[in-house]
Design a protein around this ligand. Structure first.
Ligand code: 16G
Length: 234
């Protein structure tokens, strides 16, 4: 039995795009159908298959892009900016919000402060080579970082600002990783289908003996894998 036509086409495209840099645009369904002489339905099914496997991503209104290979990110206390640069990608950010909010019980518990304390919430879309990689919601104690809202986090690195302007030197950090489904309000920003799987990484960092940051990062599961060095117990 021969493979269905769309599978054959998907395999051809997989070979073609496997080595392409992240962010390479791919032809539209119509273009692909015209170029290869298949129906639009077949072209769509082939692209769907590659989107499902994480090789391609559809960005609403912008077309389809290569996003593979899934990026392998080490679990270390480094910033998104450093991690992406170390992999040869160009990091960028879009600020989705920067506001002072009141700590609810959960946030107060993380910072060891009282419910209602002022907390600065920075929400950003993080991109690598213009491809959306994660939405990060960073909570910072407002009293510890006066004037932080003056920075333009569309271009600046949060960790750089913390180090250079506020003298933060991290002593420790904790990262909790959970699997989940994308929130409805994040689907367009992350360019994923409703209900797609995500990895949620919650990071707490400590400097000068207190918690300085609590960031919840939402990564489309198809675009990421996480790795850590593991050592035997001594
Ligand atoms: C990383 C951290 C995040 C931190 C950000 C700072 C994870 C899961 N999260 O994305 O907690 O706020 O880097 O990045 O690694 P920046 O210095 O580039 O703004």
């Amino acid at each position: 039995m021969t493979a269905p036509k769309y599978r054959e086409l998907a395999e051809q495209l997989r070979e073609q795009y496997a080595q392409a840099p992240v962010g390479t645009p791919t032809p539209s369904e119509r273009q692909l159908a015209d170029d290869t002489g298949v129906s639009r339905m077949t072209a769509r099914r082939a692209i769907d298959e590659l989107v499902r496997s994480g090789l391609l991503t559809r960005a609403v209104g912008r077309g389809t892009f290569v996003t593979q290979p899934a990026m392998s990110v080490p679990l270390r206390l480094t910033s998104f900016t450093e991690d992406m640069r170390a992999r040869g990608h160009v990091p960028s950010s879009r600020v989705l919000g920067l506001e002072v909010v009141r700590a609810d019980e959960r946030v107060a518990g993380v910072f060891g402060t009282v419910v209602g304390a002022r907390v600065t919430l920075l929400s950003r879309l993080r991109l690598a080579d213009d491809v959306p990689m994660a939405i990060e919601r960073s909570h910072l104690r407002t009293d510890a970082f006066p004037g932080i809202e003056r920075h333009d986090f569309g271009v600046e690195s949060l960790y750089r600002v913390l180090a250079e302007e506020y003298g933060v030197r991290f002593e420790a950090g904790e990262q909790v990783i959970r699997a989940g489904l994308v929130r409805d309000e994040d689907t367009t920003t992350l360019a994923v289908a409703p209900g797609s799987p995500v990895l949620e990484l919650a990071r707490t960092t400590v400097a000068h003996g207190s918690v300085v940051e609590w960031t919840v990062s939402t990564y489309p599961a198809s675009r990421f894998e996480l790795s850590a060095q593991i050592a035997p117990l001594t």
